[in-house]
Design a protein around this ligand. Structure first.
Ligand SMILES: CSC[C@H]1O[C@H](OP(=O)(O)O)[C@H](O)[C@@H]1O
Length: 350
Protein backbone atom coordinates (compact mmCIF):
# COMPACT_ATOMS: atom_id res chain seq x y z
CA UNK A 1 0.00 0.00 0.00
CA UNK A 2 1.55 3.33 -1.00
CA UNK A 3 1.41 6.34 1.32
CA UNK A 4 -1.04 9.04 0.18
CA UNK A 5 -0.95 12.56 1.58
CA UNK A 6 -3.90 13.56 -0.63
CA UNK A 7 -7.12 11.66 -1.41
CA UNK A 8 -9.33 13.17 -4.10
CA UNK A 9 -12.32 11.89 -6.09
CA UNK A 10 -15.08 13.73 -7.90
CA UNK A 11 -15.02 16.93 -5.89
CA UNK A 12 -14.33 15.23 -2.56
CA UNK A 13 -10.92 16.04 -0.97
CA UNK A 14 -9.23 14.59 2.11
CA UNK A 15 -5.68 15.07 3.42
CA UNK A 16 -3.61 13.05 5.84
CA UNK A 17 -3.23 15.31 8.89
CA UNK A 18 0.57 15.35 9.06
CA UNK A 19 0.60 17.12 12.43
CA UNK A 20 -0.58 13.82 13.94
CA UNK A 21 2.08 11.59 12.27
CA UNK A 22 3.67 9.26 13.16
CA UNK A 23 1.49 8.57 16.19
CA UNK A 24 -1.83 8.74 14.33
CA UNK A 25 -2.73 8.30 10.66
CA UNK A 26 -5.95 10.29 10.19
CA UNK A 27 -7.54 11.75 7.08
CA UNK A 28 -9.48 15.01 7.43
CA UNK A 29 -11.94 16.52 4.91
CA UNK A 30 -11.14 19.71 3.04
CA UNK A 31 -14.56 21.20 2.32
CA UNK A 32 -13.47 24.30 0.44
CA UNK A 33 -10.91 27.06 0.02
CA UNK A 34 -10.92 28.23 3.66
CA UNK A 35 -10.25 24.66 4.81
CA UNK A 36 -7.49 24.40 2.21
CA UNK A 37 -5.86 27.64 3.32
CA UNK A 38 -5.97 26.63 6.99
CA UNK A 39 -4.62 23.12 6.39
CA UNK A 40 -1.68 24.53 4.41
CA UNK A 41 -1.00 27.38 6.85
CA UNK A 42 -1.07 25.05 9.89
CA UNK A 43 1.09 22.54 7.97
CA UNK A 44 -1.42 19.72 8.27
CA UNK A 45 -0.36 19.28 4.67
CA UNK A 46 3.06 20.58 3.60
CA UNK A 47 5.66 20.11 0.91
CA UNK A 48 5.89 22.45 -2.07
CA UNK A 49 4.08 20.21 -4.61
CA UNK A 50 1.46 18.99 -2.13
CA UNK A 51 0.69 22.58 -1.10
CA UNK A 52 -0.01 23.51 -4.74
CA UNK A 53 -2.17 20.46 -5.38
CA UNK A 54 -4.23 20.72 -2.17
CA UNK A 55 -4.64 24.46 -2.63
CA UNK A 56 -5.97 24.08 -6.16
CA UNK A 57 -8.11 21.04 -5.31
CA UNK A 58 -9.71 23.00 -2.45
CA UNK A 59 -10.86 25.43 -5.17
CA UNK A 60 -12.30 22.48 -7.09
CA UNK A 61 -14.26 21.47 -4.00
CA UNK A 62 -15.44 25.07 -3.66
CA UNK A 63 -16.84 25.35 -7.21
CA UNK A 64 -17.68 21.70 -7.93
CA UNK A 65 -21.43 21.89 -7.37
CA UNK A 66 -21.89 25.65 -7.59
CA UNK A 67 -23.94 27.31 -10.32
CA UNK A 68 -22.74 30.62 -11.76
CA UNK A 69 -24.92 33.09 -13.68
CA UNK A 70 -22.07 34.22 -15.92
CA UNK A 71 -18.56 33.24 -16.94
CA UNK A 72 -17.36 36.58 -15.58
CA UNK A 73 -18.73 35.69 -12.13
CA UNK A 74 -16.97 32.31 -12.23
CA UNK A 75 -13.70 33.89 -13.44
CA UNK A 76 -13.90 36.49 -10.67
CA UNK A 77 -14.36 33.83 -7.98
CA UNK A 78 -11.51 31.71 -9.36
CA UNK A 79 -9.18 34.72 -9.36
CA UNK A 80 -10.12 35.86 -5.85
CA UNK A 81 -9.91 32.38 -4.31
CA UNK A 82 -6.53 31.61 -5.90
CA UNK A 83 -5.09 34.94 -4.72
CA UNK A 84 -6.29 34.08 -1.21
CA UNK A 85 -4.83 30.56 -1.32
CA UNK A 86 -1.40 31.84 -2.36
CA UNK A 87 -1.19 33.79 0.94
CA UNK A 88 -1.24 30.57 2.98
CA UNK A 89 2.58 30.13 2.84
CA UNK A 90 5.00 32.46 1.00
CA UNK A 91 8.20 30.56 0.22
CA UNK A 92 7.31 27.59 -2.00
CA UNK A 93 6.53 28.79 -5.52
CA UNK A 94 4.46 25.83 -6.68
CA UNK A 95 1.06 27.13 -5.53
CA UNK A 96 1.74 30.58 -7.01
CA UNK A 97 2.70 29.07 -10.38
CA UNK A 98 -0.32 26.76 -10.38
CA UNK A 99 -2.60 29.65 -9.43
CA UNK A 100 -1.19 31.79 -12.23
CA UNK A 101 -1.76 28.99 -14.74
CA UNK A 102 -5.35 28.41 -13.62
CA UNK A 103 -6.10 32.15 -13.66
CA UNK A 104 -4.70 32.38 -17.20
CA UNK A 105 -6.82 29.39 -18.28
CA UNK A 106 -9.90 30.95 -16.73
CA UNK A 107 -9.28 34.28 -18.49
CA UNK A 108 -8.62 32.49 -21.77
CA UNK A 109 -11.90 30.53 -21.61
CA UNK A 110 -13.76 33.68 -20.53
CA UNK A 111 -12.91 35.22 -23.90
CA UNK A 112 -14.21 32.21 -25.88
CA UNK A 113 -17.87 32.81 -26.84
CA UNK A 114 -18.45 29.17 -27.83
CA UNK A 115 -17.85 27.90 -24.26
CA UNK A 116 -20.66 28.36 -21.73
CA UNK A 117 -20.22 28.89 -17.98
CA UNK A 118 -20.71 25.23 -17.07
CA UNK A 119 -18.22 24.02 -19.66
CA UNK A 120 -15.79 26.64 -18.29
CA UNK A 121 -16.22 25.34 -14.75
CA UNK A 122 -15.72 21.76 -15.89
CA UNK A 123 -12.57 22.68 -17.88
CA UNK A 124 -10.94 24.36 -14.88
CA UNK A 125 -11.85 21.41 -12.64
CA UNK A 126 -10.40 18.93 -15.15
CA UNK A 127 -7.16 20.93 -15.48
CA UNK A 128 -6.68 21.01 -11.71
CA UNK A 129 -7.52 17.31 -11.32
CA UNK A 130 -4.68 16.54 -13.77
CA UNK A 131 -2.16 18.05 -11.32
CA UNK A 132 -2.23 14.85 -9.23
CA UNK A 133 -1.17 12.43 -11.98
CA UNK A 134 1.27 14.93 -13.48
CA UNK A 135 3.08 15.35 -10.16
CA UNK A 136 3.47 11.60 -9.76
CA UNK A 137 4.82 11.20 -13.29
CA UNK A 138 7.19 14.14 -12.73
CA UNK A 139 8.45 12.49 -9.54
CA UNK A 140 9.01 9.14 -11.26
CA UNK A 141 11.04 10.93 -13.95
CA UNK A 142 13.02 12.84 -11.30
CA UNK A 143 13.70 9.49 -9.63
CA UNK A 144 15.08 7.98 -12.83
CA UNK A 145 17.25 10.98 -13.74
CA UNK A 146 18.46 11.15 -10.15
CA UNK A 147 19.36 7.47 -9.94
CA UNK A 148 21.18 7.74 -13.28
CA UNK A 149 23.33 10.67 -12.15
CA UNK A 150 24.07 9.27 -8.68
CA UNK A 151 24.98 5.84 -10.06
CA UNK A 152 27.04 7.09 -13.03
CA UNK A 153 30.39 5.27 -12.97
CA UNK A 154 29.48 3.50 -9.72
CA UNK A 155 29.23 -0.28 -9.34
CA UNK A 156 28.40 -0.53 -5.65
CA UNK A 157 25.42 0.41 -3.50
CA UNK A 158 25.25 4.02 -2.27
CA UNK A 159 25.00 5.66 1.14
CA UNK A 160 22.85 8.78 0.87
CA UNK A 161 21.77 11.57 3.21
CA UNK A 162 18.56 13.56 2.91
CA UNK A 163 16.90 16.41 4.81
CA UNK A 164 13.31 17.23 5.73
CA UNK A 165 10.55 15.32 3.97
CA UNK A 166 10.36 15.14 0.21
CA UNK A 167 8.46 11.90 -0.26
CA UNK A 168 4.86 10.83 -0.77
CA UNK A 169 3.90 13.05 2.18
CA UNK A 170 5.22 16.16 0.40
CA UNK A 171 3.81 15.44 -3.05
CA UNK A 172 1.02 13.56 -4.85
CA UNK A 173 3.17 10.45 -4.48
CA UNK A 174 6.65 8.87 -4.74
CA UNK A 175 8.45 12.12 -3.90
CA UNK A 176 11.27 14.22 -5.24
CA UNK A 177 14.55 13.71 -3.33
CA UNK A 178 13.04 10.71 -1.57
CA UNK A 179 11.80 9.58 -4.98
CA UNK A 180 15.41 9.50 -6.18
CA UNK A 181 16.31 7.40 -3.15
CA UNK A 182 13.39 5.06 -3.96
CA UNK A 183 14.62 4.77 -7.57
CA UNK A 184 18.18 3.96 -6.44
CA UNK A 185 16.69 1.30 -4.17
CA UNK A 186 14.56 -0.12 -7.02
CA UNK A 187 17.89 -0.81 -8.79
CA UNK A 188 19.11 -2.66 -5.67
CA UNK A 189 21.90 -0.09 -5.27
CA UNK A 190 20.90 1.57 -2.01
CA UNK A 191 23.26 0.61 0.79
CA UNK A 192 21.83 2.99 3.39
CA UNK A 193 19.95 6.25 3.73
CA UNK A 194 20.41 8.72 6.56
CA UNK A 195 17.67 11.25 7.31
CA UNK A 196 17.94 14.30 9.52
CA UNK A 197 15.28 14.97 12.13
CA UNK A 198 14.82 18.49 10.71
CA UNK A 199 14.08 20.66 13.69
CA UNK A 200 11.80 22.30 14.69
CA UNK A 201 8.83 20.79 12.76
CA UNK A 202 10.67 17.43 12.61
CA UNK A 203 9.65 16.48 9.09
CA UNK A 204 12.57 14.03 9.04
CA UNK A 205 11.94 12.27 12.34
CA UNK A 206 8.13 12.29 12.02
CA UNK A 207 7.59 11.96 8.26
CA UNK A 208 10.66 10.76 6.34
CA UNK A 209 11.48 8.10 8.93
CA UNK A 210 7.82 7.04 8.68
CA UNK A 211 8.11 6.67 4.89
CA UNK A 212 11.46 4.86 5.07
CA UNK A 213 10.15 2.36 7.63
CA UNK A 214 6.95 1.95 5.58
CA UNK A 215 9.08 1.12 2.50
CA UNK A 216 11.42 -1.10 4.57
CA UNK A 217 14.50 0.83 3.38
CA UNK A 218 17.78 0.55 5.36
CA UNK A 219 17.72 3.87 7.16
CA UNK A 220 19.12 5.76 10.14
CA UNK A 221 17.79 8.92 11.77
CA UNK A 222 20.34 11.55 12.81
CA UNK A 223 20.00 14.98 14.38
CA UNK A 224 20.64 18.05 12.24
CA UNK A 225 23.74 18.76 14.34
CA UNK A 226 25.27 15.35 13.45
CA UNK A 227 25.67 16.04 9.70
CA UNK A 228 29.32 17.17 9.85
CA UNK A 229 30.29 14.26 12.11
CA UNK A 230 28.44 11.84 9.83
CA UNK A 231 30.28 13.05 6.71
CA UNK A 232 33.53 12.98 8.65
CA UNK A 233 33.08 9.41 9.89
CA UNK A 234 31.04 7.52 7.29
CA UNK A 235 31.21 7.24 3.50
CA UNK A 236 28.28 9.36 2.33
CA UNK A 237 28.16 9.25 -1.48
CA UNK A 238 25.81 12.22 -1.90
CA UNK A 239 23.38 14.49 -0.14
CA UNK A 240 20.03 14.92 -1.88
CA UNK A 241 17.39 17.43 -0.79
CA UNK A 242 14.19 18.97 -2.11
CA UNK A 243 13.36 22.57 -2.99
CA UNK A 244 10.66 25.10 -2.31
CA UNK A 245 11.81 27.70 -4.79
CA UNK A 246 14.76 27.61 -7.22
CA UNK A 247 15.74 31.04 -8.59
CA UNK A 248 16.91 31.69 -12.16
CA UNK A 249 20.58 31.50 -11.13
CA UNK A 250 20.08 28.18 -9.32
CA UNK A 251 20.03 29.55 -5.75
CA UNK A 252 17.62 27.29 -3.88
CA UNK A 253 15.29 27.88 -0.93
CA UNK A 254 14.65 24.73 1.03
CA UNK A 255 14.00 23.64 4.61
CA UNK A 256 16.09 25.41 7.24
CA UNK A 257 19.36 23.54 7.73
CA UNK A 258 19.85 22.81 4.01
CA UNK A 259 22.40 25.60 3.56
CA UNK A 260 24.65 24.38 6.34
CA UNK A 261 24.47 20.84 4.96
CA UNK A 262 25.66 22.18 1.59
CA UNK A 263 28.59 23.96 3.28
CA UNK A 264 29.58 20.76 5.09
CA UNK A 265 29.22 18.77 1.85
CA UNK A 266 31.57 21.22 0.10
CA UNK A 267 34.12 20.87 2.90
CA UNK A 268 34.03 17.06 2.60
CA UNK A 269 33.86 16.91 -1.21
CA UNK A 270 30.43 15.21 -1.13
CA UNK A 271 28.13 15.90 -4.13
CA UNK A 272 25.07 17.99 -3.13
CA UNK A 273 21.96 17.58 -5.29
CA UNK A 274 18.61 19.33 -5.29
CA UNK A 275 15.67 17.32 -6.63
CA UNK A 276 12.79 19.47 -7.83
CA UNK A 277 10.14 19.51 -10.56
CA UNK A 278 9.91 22.48 -12.90
CA UNK A 279 6.87 23.52 -10.82
CA UNK A 280 9.35 24.48 -8.05
CA UNK A 281 11.49 26.67 -10.32
CA UNK A 282 10.84 30.42 -10.42
CA UNK A 283 12.76 32.00 -13.30
CA UNK A 284 10.91 35.26 -12.65
CA UNK A 285 13.36 35.94 -9.82
CA UNK A 286 17.04 36.39 -10.55
CA UNK A 287 18.56 34.93 -7.39
CA UNK A 288 17.95 33.71 -3.84
CA UNK A 289 17.88 37.19 -2.31
CA UNK A 290 14.46 37.66 -3.96
CA UNK A 291 12.93 34.68 -2.11
CA UNK A 292 10.67 35.52 0.86
CA UNK A 293 11.58 33.27 3.78
CA UNK A 294 8.59 32.27 5.92
CA UNK A 295 9.03 32.80 9.68
CA UNK A 296 6.94 30.54 11.83
CA UNK A 297 5.57 30.86 15.40
CA UNK A 298 7.89 30.66 18.43
CA UNK A 299 5.92 27.77 19.95
CA UNK A 300 7.12 25.47 17.15
CA UNK A 301 10.61 25.99 18.64
CA UNK A 302 9.75 26.10 22.35
CA UNK A 303 7.38 23.11 22.43
CA UNK A 304 7.38 19.53 21.15
CA UNK A 305 4.05 17.73 21.15
CA UNK A 306 2.62 20.40 23.41
CA UNK A 307 5.44 19.92 25.95
CA UNK A 308 7.51 23.04 26.69
CA UNK A 309 11.24 22.46 26.11
CA UNK A 310 12.51 26.07 26.29
CA UNK A 311 12.36 28.59 29.11
CA UNK A 312 9.33 30.89 29.05
CA UNK A 313 10.36 34.35 27.94
CA UNK A 314 13.28 33.29 25.71
CA UNK A 315 13.34 35.07 22.35
CA UNK A 316 13.09 32.86 19.24
CA UNK A 317 14.03 33.06 15.57
CA UNK A 318 12.17 30.46 13.50
CA UNK A 319 12.79 30.82 9.74
CA UNK A 320 11.25 27.77 8.03
CA UNK A 321 13.70 27.90 5.12
CA UNK A 322 17.15 29.04 4.09
CA UNK A 323 18.77 29.67 0.72
CA UNK A 324 21.62 27.52 -0.61
CA UNK A 325 23.76 29.46 -3.10
CA UNK A 326 24.06 27.91 -6.56
CA UNK A 327 27.83 27.43 -6.24
CA UNK A 328 27.26 24.85 -3.49
CA UNK A 329 24.84 22.79 -5.63
CA UNK A 330 26.26 20.01 -7.83
CA UNK A 331 23.10 19.61 -9.88
CA UNK A 332 19.36 20.18 -9.93
CA UNK A 333 17.53 16.95 -10.76
CA UNK A 334 14.30 17.67 -12.61
CA UNK A 335 11.75 15.60 -14.55
CA UNK A 336 13.48 16.75 -17.76
CA UNK A 337 17.00 15.88 -16.70
CA UNK A 338 19.78 17.11 -14.44
CA UNK A 339 20.57 20.81 -14.77
CA UNK A 340 23.67 22.64 -13.70
CA UNK A 341 22.54 25.62 -11.61
CA UNK A 342 23.88 27.89 -14.37
CA UNK A 343 21.52 26.21 -16.89
CA UNK A 344 18.28 26.97 -15.03
CA UNK A 345 17.61 30.36 -16.64
CA UNK A 346 17.97 29.01 -20.18
CA UNK A 347 16.48 25.52 -19.76
CA UNK A 348 13.40 26.56 -17.77
CA UNK A 349 11.01 28.79 -19.63
CA UNK A 350 7.62 30.01 -18.39
C1 LIG B 1 9.06 18.03 -2.24
S1 LIG B 1 8.78 19.00 -0.83
C2 LIG B 1 9.84 20.32 -1.01
C3 LIG B 1 10.17 20.99 0.33
O1 LIG B 1 9.01 21.38 1.13
C4 LIG B 1 9.34 21.18 2.52
O2 LIG B 1 9.00 22.29 3.32
P1 LIG B 1 7.71 22.22 4.30
O3 LIG B 1 7.74 20.88 4.98
O4 LIG B 1 7.90 23.39 5.26
O5 LIG B 1 6.53 22.42 3.40
C5 LIG B 1 10.84 21.00 2.53
O6 LIG B 1 11.52 22.24 2.41
C6 LIG B 1 10.99 20.16 1.27
O7 LIG B 1 12.31 20.02 0.85
Amino acid sequence: MTLEAIKYKSGQLQILDQLLLPAESKYIPIDGVKDGWNAIHKMQVRGAPAIAIVGCLSLVVEIYDKQYDTKAALAAEIGEQLEYLVTSRPTAVNLKLAADEMKALSESILSKDDIDVDEMRRSIIKEIECLLEKDISDNRAIGEHGANVLLKGVDRPLQLLTHCNTGSLATAGYGTALGVIRSVNERNLLEHVYCTETRPYNQGARLTAYELVHDKLPATLVTDSMVAALLNSRKIDAIIVGADRVAANGDTANKIGTYQMAVVAKHHGVPFYVAAPFTSIDVAISDGTCIKIEERPDHELTHIGGQRIAAPGIGCWNPAFDVTPAELITGIITERGVLKPSEVATKVRR
